[in-house]
Design a protein around this ligand. Sequence first.
Ligand code: FE2
Length: 386
Amino acid sequence: MLDRILRGRVPRKPHTRHTGANGDLLYEECFTRQGFDGAYTVLYHRYRPHEQSFQGFVEGFPMPTAIAERGLLRRHYKTWELPADAQSPLFARRPLLFNDDVVISVSKPGVDDDRFFVNADADDLYFIQRGAGKLLSPFGTLKFTQGDYVCVPRGVLSRFELAPGDEQYWLSIECLGALEIPRSYLNALGQLKLDAPYCHRDFRVPEFQPADDEELRLVTVKRGNRFHGFECAHSPFDVTGYDGTVYPVAFQIRDFEPRVGQVHLPPTVHTTFQATGATICSFVPRPLDFHTEAVPCPYPHSSVHVDEVLFYVSGSFQSREGVDAGSLSHHPAGIPHGPHPGAYESSVGKRATDELAVMLDCSSALKATQFAALLEDSAYHESFLA
Ligand SMILES: [Fe+2]
Protein backbone atom coordinates (compact mmCIF):
# COMPACT_ATOMS: atom_id res chain seq x y z
CA MET A 1 0.00 0.00 0.00
CA LEU A 2 2.91 2.30 0.70
CA ASP A 3 6.42 0.95 0.64
CA ARG A 4 7.97 -1.09 -2.09
CA ILE A 5 8.88 -4.40 -0.50
CA LEU A 6 10.97 -7.26 -1.90
CA ARG A 7 10.60 -10.77 -0.53
CA GLY A 8 12.24 -14.05 -1.56
CA ARG A 9 14.28 -14.24 -4.76
CA VAL A 10 13.63 -12.02 -7.77
CA PRO A 11 15.74 -11.47 -10.91
CA ARG A 12 17.75 -8.28 -11.24
CA LYS A 13 15.34 -6.97 -13.89
CA PRO A 14 11.64 -7.80 -14.44
CA HIS A 15 10.70 -9.77 -17.56
CA THR A 16 14.03 -11.59 -17.71
CA ARG A 17 14.83 -15.29 -17.33
CA HIS A 18 14.48 -16.40 -13.72
CA THR A 19 14.78 -19.99 -12.53
CA GLY A 20 13.86 -21.88 -9.39
CA ALA A 21 15.96 -24.26 -7.29
CA ASN A 22 15.64 -27.07 -9.87
CA GLY A 23 16.59 -24.85 -12.79
CA ASP A 24 13.05 -24.58 -14.19
CA LEU A 25 11.88 -21.27 -15.56
CA LEU A 26 9.65 -19.40 -13.07
CA TYR A 27 6.49 -17.61 -14.24
CA GLU A 28 6.11 -13.90 -13.72
CA GLU A 29 2.75 -12.41 -12.69
CA CYS A 30 2.43 -8.63 -13.01
CA PHE A 31 -0.31 -7.70 -10.53
CA THR A 32 -1.33 -4.19 -11.55
CA ARG A 33 -3.87 -1.55 -10.53
CA GLN A 34 -5.53 1.09 -12.73
CA GLY A 35 -4.63 -0.81 -15.87
CA PHE A 36 -0.87 -0.62 -16.14
CA ASP A 37 -0.64 2.91 -14.72
CA GLY A 38 -1.15 2.31 -10.99
CA ALA A 39 0.66 0.56 -8.18
CA TYR A 40 1.91 -2.94 -8.98
CA THR A 41 3.73 -5.97 -7.68
CA VAL A 42 5.62 -8.53 -9.75
CA LEU A 43 5.42 -12.07 -8.38
CA TYR A 44 7.34 -15.18 -9.47
CA HIS A 45 5.48 -18.51 -9.51
CA ARG A 46 6.66 -22.08 -9.90
CA TYR A 47 3.55 -22.79 -11.98
CA ARG A 48 1.48 -20.73 -14.40
CA PRO A 49 -0.86 -18.67 -12.17
CA HIS A 50 -3.67 -18.74 -14.72
CA GLU A 51 -4.16 -22.52 -14.65
CA GLN A 52 -7.61 -22.41 -13.09
CA SER A 53 -10.64 -24.39 -14.21
CA PHE A 54 -14.13 -22.91 -13.86
CA GLN A 55 -16.36 -24.84 -11.45
CA GLY A 56 -19.59 -22.87 -11.89
CA PHE A 57 -21.28 -20.18 -9.88
CA VAL A 58 -21.19 -20.36 -6.08
CA GLU A 59 -24.39 -19.52 -4.27
CA GLY A 60 -25.31 -18.76 -0.67
CA PHE A 61 -23.68 -15.36 -0.17
CA PRO A 62 -25.74 -12.72 1.60
CA MET A 63 -26.01 -9.84 -0.85
CA PRO A 64 -27.19 -6.33 -0.01
CA THR A 65 -30.83 -5.81 -0.95
CA ALA A 66 -32.36 -2.40 -0.31
CA ILE A 67 -35.46 -2.46 1.85
CA ALA A 68 -38.49 -0.36 0.89
CA GLU A 69 -38.00 3.39 0.75
CA ARG A 70 -38.10 4.98 4.20
CA GLY A 71 -38.18 8.44 5.74
CA LEU A 72 -35.02 10.50 6.02
CA LEU A 73 -34.28 9.71 9.66
CA ARG A 74 -31.18 9.34 11.75
CA ARG A 75 -30.70 5.62 12.19
CA HIS A 76 -29.03 3.41 14.76
CA TYR A 77 -28.23 -0.28 14.27
CA LYS A 78 -27.31 -2.45 17.26
CA THR A 79 -24.80 -4.64 15.48
CA TRP A 80 -23.86 -6.44 18.69
CA GLU A 81 -27.25 -8.16 18.39
CA LEU A 82 -26.15 -9.89 15.20
CA PRO A 83 -25.93 -13.58 16.17
CA ALA A 84 -22.52 -15.23 16.14
CA ASP A 85 -22.16 -17.26 13.01
CA ALA A 86 -20.89 -20.80 12.41
CA GLN A 87 -19.83 -19.74 8.94
CA SER A 88 -16.45 -18.79 7.50
CA PRO A 89 -15.48 -15.13 6.94
CA LEU A 90 -16.32 -15.46 3.24
CA PHE A 91 -19.95 -16.38 3.95
CA ALA A 92 -20.46 -14.52 7.26
CA ARG A 93 -20.63 -10.92 6.03
CA ARG A 94 -23.98 -9.28 6.66
CA PRO A 95 -24.26 -6.11 4.55
CA LEU A 96 -26.07 -3.33 6.44
CA LEU A 97 -25.63 -0.17 4.35
CA PHE A 98 -24.51 0.30 0.76
CA ASN A 99 -24.28 2.58 -2.22
CA ASP A 100 -22.34 2.46 -5.50
CA ASP A 101 -19.05 3.15 -3.68
CA VAL A 102 -19.10 1.08 -0.50
CA VAL A 103 -20.78 -1.89 1.12
CA ILE A 104 -20.65 -1.70 4.93
CA SER A 105 -21.07 -5.07 6.64
CA VAL A 106 -20.67 -6.69 10.02
CA SER A 107 -19.63 -10.30 10.44
CA LYS A 108 -19.09 -12.73 13.28
CA PRO A 109 -17.40 -15.69 11.59
CA GLY A 110 -16.98 -18.93 13.49
CA VAL A 111 -14.72 -21.12 11.37
CA ASP A 112 -11.76 -20.72 9.02
CA ASP A 113 -12.28 -20.13 5.33
CA ASP A 114 -12.37 -23.46 3.49
CA ARG A 115 -11.38 -21.88 0.18
CA PHE A 116 -9.59 -18.83 -1.14
CA PHE A 117 -11.42 -15.62 -1.94
CA VAL A 118 -10.63 -13.08 -4.61
CA ASN A 119 -12.67 -9.90 -4.46
CA ALA A 120 -12.43 -8.59 -8.01
CA ASP A 121 -15.11 -5.96 -7.29
CA ALA A 122 -13.48 -4.07 -4.43
CA ASP A 123 -10.63 -3.34 -2.09
CA ASP A 124 -11.62 -4.86 1.25
CA LEU A 125 -11.07 -3.02 4.52
CA TYR A 126 -11.81 -4.95 7.72
CA PHE A 127 -11.87 -3.48 11.21
CA ILE A 128 -11.42 -6.08 13.95
CA GLN A 129 -13.81 -5.10 16.72
CA ARG A 130 -13.10 -8.37 18.51
CA GLY A 131 -11.02 -11.41 17.63
CA ALA A 132 -7.71 -12.25 16.01
CA GLY A 133 -6.29 -14.49 13.33
CA LYS A 134 -4.25 -14.62 10.17
CA LEU A 135 -4.81 -13.61 6.57
CA LEU A 136 -3.00 -16.10 4.33
CA SER A 137 -2.10 -15.03 0.80
CA PRO A 138 0.69 -15.62 -1.74
CA PHE A 139 2.29 -12.52 -0.20
CA GLY A 140 2.68 -14.34 3.13
CA THR A 141 0.92 -14.53 6.49
CA LEU A 142 -0.50 -11.35 7.96
CA LYS A 143 -1.45 -11.62 11.63
CA PHE A 144 -4.18 -9.38 12.99
CA THR A 145 -5.78 -8.68 16.32
CA GLN A 146 -8.42 -6.55 18.01
CA GLY A 147 -8.33 -2.92 16.89
CA ASP A 148 -6.57 -3.66 13.61
CA TYR A 149 -7.59 -2.49 10.21
CA VAL A 150 -6.80 -5.19 7.64
CA CYS A 151 -6.57 -3.94 4.04
CA VAL A 152 -6.83 -6.53 1.26
CA PRO A 153 -6.32 -5.02 -2.18
CA ARG A 154 -8.74 -5.90 -4.97
CA GLY A 155 -7.83 -9.15 -6.69
CA VAL A 156 -5.58 -10.58 -3.96
CA LEU A 157 -6.19 -14.28 -3.39
CA SER A 158 -6.47 -14.92 0.35
CA ARG A 159 -8.23 -16.77 3.11
CA PHE A 160 -8.69 -16.21 6.82
CA GLU A 161 -7.68 -18.48 9.68
CA LEU A 162 -9.25 -17.53 12.99
CA ALA A 163 -7.41 -17.62 16.32
CA PRO A 164 -8.79 -20.58 18.30
CA GLY A 165 -11.17 -19.62 21.08
CA ASP A 166 -11.47 -15.96 20.11
CA GLU A 167 -14.92 -14.55 19.42
CA GLN A 168 -14.78 -12.75 16.06
CA TYR A 169 -16.68 -9.53 15.45
CA TRP A 170 -15.62 -7.56 12.37
CA LEU A 171 -16.77 -4.45 10.56
CA SER A 172 -15.96 -4.59 6.87
CA ILE A 173 -16.05 -2.02 4.12
CA GLU A 174 -15.94 -3.10 0.51
CA CYS A 175 -14.50 -0.15 -1.41
CA LEU A 176 -15.77 -0.54 -4.97
CA GLY A 177 -13.45 2.16 -6.30
CA ALA A 178 -10.04 2.30 -4.65
CA LEU A 179 -8.88 2.38 -1.04
CA GLU A 180 -5.81 4.55 -0.56
CA ILE A 181 -3.68 6.56 1.81
CA PRO A 182 -4.83 10.20 1.47
CA ARG A 183 -2.63 11.93 -1.10
CA SER A 184 -2.22 14.94 1.22
CA TYR A 185 -0.26 12.72 3.65
CA LEU A 186 2.36 11.89 1.00
CA ASN A 187 5.27 13.91 -0.30
CA ALA A 188 6.07 14.09 -4.02
CA LEU A 189 8.09 10.88 -3.73
CA GLY A 190 5.25 8.93 -2.13
CA GLN A 191 6.76 8.97 1.36
CA LEU A 192 4.54 9.74 4.33
CA LYS A 193 5.17 13.31 5.43
CA LEU A 194 6.44 13.90 8.94
CA ASP A 195 3.14 15.53 9.89
CA ALA A 196 1.02 12.60 8.64
CA PRO A 197 -1.01 10.94 11.42
CA TYR A 198 0.95 7.69 11.08
CA CYS A 199 4.32 6.54 9.81
CA HIS A 200 5.54 3.81 7.47
CA ARG A 201 6.48 1.59 10.41
CA ASP A 202 2.85 1.54 11.60
CA PHE A 203 1.81 -0.59 8.60
CA ARG A 204 2.44 -4.30 9.15
CA VAL A 205 3.15 -6.44 6.12
CA PRO A 206 2.83 -10.21 5.55
CA GLU A 207 5.57 -12.57 6.71
CA PHE A 208 6.65 -14.35 3.57
CA GLN A 209 7.53 -18.06 3.31
CA PRO A 210 8.68 -18.82 -0.25
CA ALA A 211 6.82 -21.57 -2.14
CA ASP A 212 4.72 -22.87 0.73
CA ASP A 213 3.00 -26.10 -0.32
CA GLU A 214 -0.58 -25.09 0.30
CA GLU A 215 -2.93 -28.00 -0.40
CA LEU A 216 -6.12 -26.02 -0.86
CA ARG A 217 -7.01 -25.42 -4.50
CA LEU A 218 -10.52 -23.92 -4.47
CA VAL A 219 -10.98 -20.23 -5.19
CA THR A 220 -14.15 -18.16 -5.19
CA VAL A 221 -13.95 -14.96 -7.22
CA LYS A 222 -16.46 -12.15 -6.70
CA ARG A 223 -16.93 -10.15 -9.86
CA GLY A 224 -20.04 -8.20 -10.87
CA ASN A 225 -21.75 -9.21 -7.60
CA ARG A 226 -21.63 -12.87 -8.65
CA PHE A 227 -19.44 -15.52 -7.10
CA HIS A 228 -17.49 -17.69 -9.53
CA GLY A 229 -15.87 -20.95 -8.45
CA PHE A 230 -12.46 -22.09 -9.73
CA GLU A 231 -10.04 -24.86 -8.98
CA CYS A 232 -6.33 -24.13 -9.29
CA ALA A 233 -4.22 -26.81 -10.95
CA HIS A 234 -1.38 -26.14 -8.48
CA SER A 235 -0.84 -24.56 -5.10
CA PRO A 236 -1.66 -20.85 -5.32
CA PHE A 237 1.12 -20.37 -2.76
CA ASP A 238 3.84 -21.34 -5.22
CA VAL A 239 5.40 -17.87 -5.11
CA THR A 240 9.19 -17.83 -4.73
CA GLY A 241 9.55 -14.07 -4.50
CA TYR A 242 7.93 -10.73 -5.25
CA ASP A 243 8.69 -7.06 -5.49
CA GLY A 244 6.23 -4.16 -5.44
CA THR A 245 3.79 -1.97 -3.55
CA VAL A 246 0.56 -4.01 -3.73
CA TYR A 247 0.04 -6.48 -0.86
CA PRO A 248 -2.22 -6.77 2.20
CA VAL A 249 -1.40 -4.64 5.26
CA ALA A 250 -2.59 -4.27 8.84
CA PHE A 251 -2.78 -1.02 10.79
CA GLN A 252 -3.67 -0.78 14.48
CA ILE A 253 -6.22 2.00 15.14
CA ARG A 254 -4.41 3.00 18.34
CA ASP A 255 -1.34 3.82 16.23
CA PHE A 256 -3.30 6.69 14.65
CA GLU A 257 -1.89 10.00 15.96
CA PRO A 258 -4.83 12.24 16.86
CA ARG A 259 -4.94 15.99 16.27
CA VAL A 260 -6.15 18.38 18.95
CA GLY A 261 -6.79 22.10 18.53
CA GLN A 262 -7.38 25.04 20.80
CA VAL A 263 -11.01 24.70 19.70
CA HIS A 264 -12.89 21.83 18.09
CA LEU A 265 -11.42 20.49 14.85
CA PRO A 266 -13.65 18.89 12.19
CA PRO A 267 -13.65 15.09 11.83
CA THR A 268 -11.56 15.28 8.68
CA VAL A 269 -8.46 15.67 10.89
CA HIS A 270 -9.06 12.03 11.83
CA THR A 271 -8.95 10.83 8.19
CA THR A 272 -7.20 7.48 8.02
CA PHE A 273 -8.05 6.13 4.56
CA GLN A 274 -9.48 7.65 1.42
CA ALA A 275 -11.79 5.53 -0.69
CA THR A 276 -13.60 6.48 -3.87
CA GLY A 277 -16.75 8.17 -2.58
CA ALA A 278 -15.88 7.73 1.10
CA THR A 279 -13.54 9.15 3.72
CA ILE A 280 -12.70 6.76 6.55
CA CYS A 281 -11.70 8.29 9.90
CA SER A 282 -10.47 6.97 13.25
CA PHE A 283 -11.51 8.65 16.50
CA VAL A 284 -8.99 7.63 19.15
CA PRO A 285 -8.48 8.58 22.83
CA ARG A 286 -6.97 12.05 23.07
CA PRO A 287 -6.85 15.26 25.10
CA LEU A 288 -9.67 17.64 24.19
CA ASP A 289 -9.60 21.27 23.00
CA PHE A 290 -7.61 23.58 25.29
CA HIS A 291 -9.11 27.05 24.79
CA THR A 292 -10.43 28.17 28.20
CA GLU A 293 -13.90 28.72 26.67
CA ALA A 294 -13.82 25.71 24.32
CA VAL A 295 -16.93 23.60 23.75
CA PRO A 296 -15.21 20.30 22.97
CA CYS A 297 -18.38 18.44 22.03
CA PRO A 298 -18.88 18.29 18.23
CA TYR A 299 -21.12 21.16 17.13
CA PRO A 300 -24.44 20.47 15.43
CA HIS A 301 -23.77 20.42 11.73
CA SER A 302 -25.25 20.04 8.30
CA SER A 303 -22.66 18.33 6.18
CA VAL A 304 -24.76 18.63 3.07
CA HIS A 305 -22.86 16.39 0.68
CA VAL A 306 -22.30 13.29 2.79
CA ASP A 307 -24.06 10.51 4.67
CA GLU A 308 -22.20 9.91 7.92
CA VAL A 309 -21.72 6.48 9.44
CA LEU A 310 -20.17 5.99 12.85
CA PHE A 311 -19.17 2.60 14.28
CA TYR A 312 -18.58 2.79 18.02
CA VAL A 313 -15.64 0.66 19.11
CA SER A 314 -15.21 1.43 22.82
CA GLY A 315 -15.14 4.21 25.42
CA SER A 316 -17.81 6.77 26.08
CA PHE A 317 -18.68 8.88 23.10
CA GLN A 318 -18.98 12.47 24.25
CA SER A 319 -21.81 13.59 21.99
CA ARG A 320 -24.14 10.58 22.09
CA GLU A 321 -26.28 8.66 24.53
CA GLY A 322 -27.96 5.30 24.11
CA VAL A 323 -25.14 3.95 22.00
CA ASP A 324 -22.75 1.19 22.95
CA ALA A 325 -19.73 -0.67 21.61
CA GLY A 326 -20.89 -2.07 18.29
CA SER A 327 -23.47 0.65 17.63
CA LEU A 328 -23.56 1.77 14.02
CA SER A 329 -25.25 5.10 13.39
CA HIS A 330 -26.25 6.52 10.01
CA HIS A 331 -26.92 10.24 9.80
CA PRO A 332 -28.07 11.07 6.28
CA ALA A 333 -27.38 14.24 4.34
CA GLY A 334 -30.40 16.52 4.13
CA ILE A 335 -31.06 16.93 7.84
CA PRO A 336 -28.71 18.41 10.45
CA HIS A 337 -27.27 16.26 13.19
CA GLY A 338 -25.46 16.87 16.43
CA PRO A 339 -25.14 15.92 20.08
CA HIS A 340 -27.82 14.41 22.24
CA PRO A 341 -29.69 16.76 24.63
CA GLY A 342 -27.33 17.97 27.37
CA ALA A 343 -24.13 16.59 25.82
CA TYR A 344 -23.07 19.92 24.29
CA GLU A 345 -23.51 21.77 27.59
CA SER A 346 -21.89 19.13 29.78
CA SER A 347 -18.79 18.88 27.58
CA VAL A 348 -17.53 22.35 28.62
CA GLY A 349 -14.44 21.92 30.80
CA LYS A 350 -13.79 18.31 29.81
CA ARG A 351 -10.13 17.67 29.17
CA ALA A 352 -9.95 14.22 27.56
CA THR A 353 -11.96 11.56 25.78
CA ASP A 354 -11.47 7.80 25.73
CA GLU A 355 -13.70 7.34 22.66
CA LEU A 356 -12.64 4.89 19.97
CA ALA A 357 -14.68 4.80 16.76
CA VAL A 358 -14.51 4.35 13.00
CA MET A 359 -16.34 6.94 10.89
CA LEU A 360 -17.25 7.09 7.22
CA ASP A 361 -18.40 10.11 5.29
CA CYS A 362 -20.03 8.78 2.12
CA SER A 363 -20.70 11.03 -0.83
CA SER A 364 -23.72 9.08 -2.14
CA ALA A 365 -26.87 8.24 -0.23
CA LEU A 366 -26.66 4.93 1.63
CA LYS A 367 -29.43 2.37 1.47
CA ALA A 368 -30.27 0.05 4.35
CA THR A 369 -30.54 -3.70 3.82
CA GLN A 370 -32.79 -6.45 5.10
CA PHE A 371 -30.09 -7.29 7.69
CA ALA A 372 -29.95 -3.70 8.98
CA ALA A 373 -33.71 -3.62 9.51
CA LEU A 374 -33.42 -6.52 11.97
CA LEU A 375 -30.89 -4.61 14.11
CA GLU A 376 -32.51 -1.17 14.10
CA ASP A 377 -33.17 0.87 17.24
CA SER A 378 -36.43 2.50 16.15
CA ALA A 379 -36.36 5.13 18.95
CA TYR A 380 -33.06 6.68 17.82
CA HIS A 381 -34.27 9.58 15.67
CA GLU A 382 -36.61 10.87 18.36
CA SER A 383 -33.91 10.52 21.04
CA PHE A 384 -32.44 13.82 19.84
CA LEU A 385 -35.53 15.77 20.92
CA ALA A 386 -35.09 17.54 24.25
FE1 FE2 B 1 -21.34 14.40 12.03
